[in-house]
Design a protein around this ligand. Structure first.
Ligand SMILES: [Zn+2]
Length: 194
């Protein structure tokens, strides 16, 4: 039901996500420091995706704020686009600062048959495995991409990508199908890159 209204012209707000990142301006909004540790993760199905709740201890610093990592989940294909192009998947790392302000770090995924297969995670998930080396990122102010599409979300989309095995992507798609929200209008917002 809500999908119909969202895909129409009556979006819930004017600063929605995802967007096309194709026309960024140079310069960063703030330095991004990612400090994830090996953590226990708990998988659960939520909102047409597989969500991994992360035990506390992992965080990012952005500007002068610290945001704790709550969970990460996947979208296939990607939600954010670059010049109209989608990646095969996108990982969202969802954080919250202590005042309840959300920040999401997004990572594009490419397929690569050479990448390592699944591993046993009884000792916890080395969260860094899901991240590229570089923290160069696009940044803009947007919204949740699922209901209730609340705005005031700080988005940081890393430019460097990670790879996953095509069989994993295929298995995810089979179960959850396309679960990407379409690109939303920028409405004058600025995207920075740095
Ligand atoms: Zn998401």
């Amino acid at each position: 039901m809500w999908r119909g209204s969202v895909r129409g012209s009556s979006a819930p707000g004017t600063s929605q996500s995802p967007v096309d990142l194709g026309s960024p301006v140079a310069g960063t909004e703030g330095e991004l420091v990612i400090n994830y540790r090996t953590s226990l993760v708990f998988a659960r199905e939520a909102d047409s995706t597989l969500e991994f709740k992360v035990a506390s201890g992992s965080a990012i610093a952005y500007g002068r704020r610290r945001y704790g990592l709550n969970q990460f989940h996947f979208h296939t294909p990607s939600e954010h686009a670059i010049g109209g192009e989608l990646a095969v998947a996108e990982i969202h790392f969802v954080h919250m600062d202590r005042d309840g302000n959300p920040a999401v770090v997004a990572v594009f995924v490419d397929e690569n048959g050479e990448s390592k297969g699944p591993r046993r995670l009884e000792q916890g998930m080395p969260m860094g495995l899901l991240l590229p080396e570089s923290t160069t990122h696009y940044a803009y102010d947007g919204s949740l991409t699922t209901q209730p599409f609340s705005e005031g979300v700080k988005w940081m989309i890393l430019t460097e990508r990670v790879t996953m095995h095509p069989s994993w992507i295929e298995a995810f798609c089979e179960r959850y199908g396309p679960n990407n929200r379409p690109v939303q209008p920028l409405n004058g917002r600025t995207i920075t890159l740095g």
